[in-house]
Design a protein. Structure first.
Length: 312
């Protein structure tokens, strides 16, 4: 198949949720709001702005209500909230999230570690969420975490993933995300699974969520794009990780992904200089260096002066 690189790649920015959930320092509500407002101006059409989970499980995001109430909503931007159960859905709807991202894991053991439920209990709770959402305009997306591998169980059978995708479709979800929670995916596997899932869903309903834990994040994006996927999660600075998955580390880095797309001529609609300026503010906010690379190296086109005395 010859890939048409003129098709836009849509990035959902997840740093306010996946990025901050694992950070040990408390980020003030006002700083979370500022981050989301800046992201809204950088060109994203979708921002995962927080989660409504147990504050004991994820203390870093316990201020979800204040964050959603405090942000300046930009027309055309969908503000997503991650939820694990009915209580999370009630809180997110009350806080006027535009979309609920319901999460369960393909692996039974990671679902237990992360959600303290079996997959079946998660799906049953999601049935209640669908009833609650009813005829409202709120959108629903279902995530299958550990799709490409689990830190407790290793390889996950593709048929298990497909059954969960089917379950989400039966529940009436508008979108499905396949998540590589601890960066275990490889491009060949990604290509195969994306092709399989795109037999069941249009590309506009499928999102890929990669972590760069083993350095394969952007390779996996390209493999997914070449298999027909067009929507990807990414996180400013390469922040991110699931606190209930041993060895988890950052999401693919948004500015590195946008740089890749800019270089290849794949349109994203995201303003890279704006993103890089934002990324430079993260170390002082969070107290450590970021894994992202383009912010350190500069864009390909950022040329350097010749050393003194050299002749070009
Ligand atoms: N928001 C806020 N509080 C919640 C909640 C939610 N969505 N769901 C449950 N709670 C509260 C309950 O009200 C109860 O409070 P209480 O102790 O004051 O009575 C307490 O949490 C325990 O409730 P229970 O239903 O027994 O939950 P649990 O302890 O078995 O935990 C989850 C289950 C799903 C709530 C929890 O594991 C969780 O939030 N996981 C999400 C982890 C996460 O975000 N991972 C990264 C993203 S994938
Ligand atoms: Zn993640």
């Amino acid at each position: 198949m010859i890939t048409d690189y003129s098709e836009r790649l849509i990035i959902q920015e997840v740093s306010p949720r996946d990025g901050l959930q694992i950070e040990p320092v408390w980020v003030e509500t006002v700083d979370k709001i500022k981050l989301i407002n800046e992201l809204s101006l950088a060109g994203f059409s979708r921002i995962e702005a927080g989660s409504f989970v147990s504050p004991k499980a994820i203390p870093a995001l316990r201020d979800g209500e204040e964050v959603f109430q405090g942000i300046t909503r930009r027309a055309g931007v969908i503000y997503v909230a991650l939820i694990p159960n009915l209580k999370g859905a009630q809180r997110a709807i009350e806080a006027e999230a535009d979309e609920l991202n319901l999460v369960l894991s393909a692996s039974q053991s990671h679902n237990q570690a992360n959600m303290r439920m079996t997959r079946e209990q998660s799906l049953s709770a999601f049935g209640d969420v669908v009833s609650l959402a009813g005829d409202s305009s709120i959108r629903l997306n279902g995530t299958v975490a550990t799709t490409f591998g689990c830190p407790f169980e290793g390889r996950i059978e593709e048929d298990v993933v497909m059954r969960l995708v089917e379950a989400y479709l039966e529940l009436g979800m508008q979108g499905v995300t396949l998540a590589d929670t601890t960066g275990m995916a490889n491009p060949r596997q990604v290509y195969r699974i994306v092709q399989r899932v795109l037999d069941r869903l249009p590309a506009s309903a499928l999102t890929l969520h990669f972590h760069n834990t083993r350095g394969l994040g952007l390779s996996n994006v390209l493999a997914a794009y070449e298999a027909g996927a067009r929507r990807f999660d990414a996180s400013l600075g390469g922040l991110g990780g699931c606190p209930f998955a041993p060895g988890a580390s950052g999401n693919i880095c948004t500015e590195d992904l946008v740089n890749l797309c800019d270089e290849m001529g794949i349109e994203t609609g995201i303003d890279l200089p704006h993103l890089l300026a934002m990324s430079r503010t993260l170390p002082s906010l969070l107290g450590h260096e970021m894994p992202g690379q383009v912010v350190k190296a500069g864009r390909n086109g950022d040329l350097h002066p010749l050393p003194f005395g050299s002749v070009r």
